[in-house]
Design a protein around this ligand. Structure first.
Ligand code: GLN
Length: 188
């Protein structure tokens, strides 16, 4: 499979490494022509406002929205989760997302309690190491959204059809199980 990683800002290099280690060809996406070549897309962690603004200036914002609507498999971690949310709370003024997952995400939700933390969480009945960095959580989900992990009483990994989002950063841990779930269960 050809996996594209949106490479405008954030930890896209780590996602390229993870996808490559999982046995796929992975490349950085910065143009619409590159987006058109891929079978699946990863939206990295970083800063969701910056990524959205850069996507607009690179003329990628509407093309990504369109491909999401057409059913492209997309996985977003942290800022990537925010970008896949249909609704956000505590967003920057006028902050826009690609959308696709019928959920409300609270930006920087864990921030006020503990800036960043690491802990074991259950994902799809397996234990994984969750790395949370100024992470969002999910406030509420629509009926078609499946919750795959929770932390602090809130969903932190969700799936809707071909879209997957996590509040945490598996790309920073060396544990490939979330990426593998995306490739094997969603992209297949
Ligand atoms: N707080 C960041 C945002 O709003 C996300 C942080 C992250 O990706 N580690 O985009």
């Amino acid at each position: 499979m050809k996996i594209g990683v949106l490479a405008l800002q954030g930890d896209f290099r780590e996602h390229i490494v993870a996808a490559t280690l999982a046995g796929h060809s992975a490349s950085a996406i910065r143009r619409e022509s590159e987006l058109n070549e891929v079978d699946a897309l990863i939206l990295p962690g970083g800063e969701s406002t910056t990524i959205a603004l850069l996507a607009k200036s690179y003329n990628l914002f509407q093309p990504i929205r369109k491909r999401i609507k057409e059913g492209l498999p997309v996985y977003g971690s942290c800022a990537g989760m925010i970008l896949l949310a249909d609704r956000i709370v505590d967003g920057a003024q006028g902050q826009e997302t690609f959308g696709g997952i019928d959920m409300t995400v609270r930006r920087n939700a864990f921030g006020r309690q503990v800036e960043s933390f690491e802990g074991e969480i259950t994902f799809n009945s397996k234990l994984v190491n969750g790395v949370f960095i100024r992470a969002p959580w999910v406030e509420s989900v629509g009926k078609d959204v499946q919750v795959l992990s929770e932390a602090a009483g809130h969903p932190v990994a969700v799936r809707q059809g071909s879209l997957l989002a996590t509040s945490f950063h598996p790309e920073l841990t060396g544990d490939l199980s979330i990426h593998q779930y995306f490739f094997d269960e969603i992209c297949r």
